[in-house]
Design a protein around this ligand. Structure first.
Ligand code: FAS
Ligand code: PHB
Length: 390
């Protein structure tokens, strides 16, 4: 097989890049390790920056998003029982975020790719990268036990944190920056109305909690749990009891319980691999970086990486210029690190760190006090949350 751009991974990064390339007439093939059903069963992010909404519109996959997405003008911070609303729209000159599940973004992209009849090879096993530093890179893989080869001009590594792209590179080629947090998020999805019409991020001495949603009928909740916790040790009742203890009374009383339709624990880490380019291989999305979900940046960073990589590939094929490809890594990393900083800051602001001392506790309290007293502090939070410019 031969294509112009070989994409590894059919998550949001790979599918969005494939959609943009296809609409620009640039041939591409996606290799995905899992089945389509598995990919569509994953429950992950829920908040889209305006930049990502605009990119999905440009990709021609925003119809359902514009019908069903919930535009949010703000969210609330709760700290030891007190609520403080962050007026995103008022603090950023009118910018907002849209609540729309990553699962739905993925579904819309899958359907769009199917409509364009572009090839996605699901359950592609043993994907391996070859000659990425030459002029004829290629991928090999097996499908239904049969070996295949895919030759291409470029490889987009959109295969997530546990993917093969970054893992194929010599350790000397990469500089890794990482912070592993001593806790995880236990998430629960329930078909009940949300506790609040906007998101509530709560810091509490028992730990962090988040009230989010997928629609007016479906809620998404998270609580911080120790790393050694197992999801099977948490009944729905135990989850909701712990959640309510961490929320201000007026929010806790509004939580409507019901049987969970999904429950899982995600570890939290900050991670960046530099650089993002190796010859004809370009890393994008979680393959290149991970943020703790506290700032709602993971999915949105995948979108900005795709924006830069698509523009660079289009420039190569249309304008016969490699300026964009040559600057991709530096340009993407400049935005990645700003989101890493914000996500790290939000995580430190809102979580209980077991090993922390009294000084850290006072700093955390003072961060909240400063936010409740300073418009400048809230503006800085708001402009990062709605998404810094691409
Ligand atoms: P993905 O990981 O989504 O997709 C990579 C794809 O590559 C997968 O389909 C995988 O099967 C495939 N793949 C992997 N190895 C392969 C191989 N060798 N060959 C072929 N295919 C391969 N972000 C938020 O903003 N908010 C959240 O609440 C949030 N919650 C999360 C919860 C979890 C458990 C995880 C893991 C992430 C969460 N994230 C969250 C971050 C998440 O949304 C990512 O940012 C987003 O999925 C990034 O998309 P991709 O880069 O496409 O990577
Ligand atoms: C979610 O709804 O899954 C969600 C929302 C905001 C976050 C993280 C996750 O910061």
């Amino acid at each position: 097989m031969r294509t112009q751009v070989a994409i590894i991974g059919a998550g949001p990064a790979g599918l969005l890049l494939g959609q943009l390339l296809s609409r620009a007439g640039i041939d591409n093939v996606i290799l995905e390790r899992r089945s389509l059903d598995y990919v569509l069963s994953r429950i992950r992010a829920g908040v889209l920056e305006q930049g990502m909404v605009d990119l999905l519109h440009e990709a021609g996959v925003s119809d359902r998003l514009e019908r069903e997405g919930l535009v949010h003008d703000g969210f609330s911070l709760a700290y030891h029982g007190a609520l403080h609303r962050i007026d995103l729209k008022g603090l950023t000159g009118g910018r907002t975020v849209t609540v729309y599940g990553q699962t739905e973004v993925t579904r819309d992209l899958v359907e769009a790719r199917h409509a364009l009849d572009r090839p996605t090879i699901y359950e592609a096993q043993d994907v391996a990268l070859h000659d990425i530093d030459g002029t004829s890179p290629r991928l090999t893989f097996t499908k239904d036990g049969k070996a295949h080869e895919l030759t291409c001009d470029f490889i987009a590594g959109c295969d997530g944190y546990h993917g093969i792209s970054r893992a194929s590179l010599p350790e000397t080629a990469l500089q890794i920056f990482e912070r592993v947090y001593p806790f995880g998020w236990l998430g629960l999805l329930v078909d009940r109305p949300p506790a609040s019409h906007e998101l509530v991020y709560a810091g509490h001495e028992r730990g962090f909690a988040l009230c989010s949603m997928r629609s007016a009928e479906r809620s998404r909740y998270y609580i911080q749990v120790p790393l050694e916790e197992r999801v099977e040790d948490w009944s729905d009742e135990a989850f909701f009891d712990e959640l309510r203890q961490r929320l201000p009374a007026e929010v806790a009383e509004a939580v409507v319980t019901g049987p969970s339709i999904e429950k899982s624990i995600a570890p939290l880490r900050s991670f960046v691999a530099e650089p993002l380019r190796f010859g004809r291989l370009f890393l994008a999305g979680d393959a290149a970086h991970i943020v703790p979900p506290t700032g709602a940046k993971g999915l949105n960073l995948a979108a900005s990486d795709v924006r830069y990589l698509f523009d660079a590939l289009r420039e190569h094929y249309r304008d016969h210029s490699d300026a964009g490809l040559d600057s991709y890594s530096a340009r993407a990393l400049a935005r990645v690190w700003k989101a890493e900083r914000f996500s790290w800051w939000m995580t430190n602001l809102l979580h209980r760190f077991p090993e922390r001392d009294g000084f850290d506790g006072r700093i955390q309290e003072t961060e909240f006090a400063y936010l409740t007293q300073s418009r400048a502090a809230c503006t800085a939070l708001a402009e990062n949350y709605v998404g810094l410019p691409y």
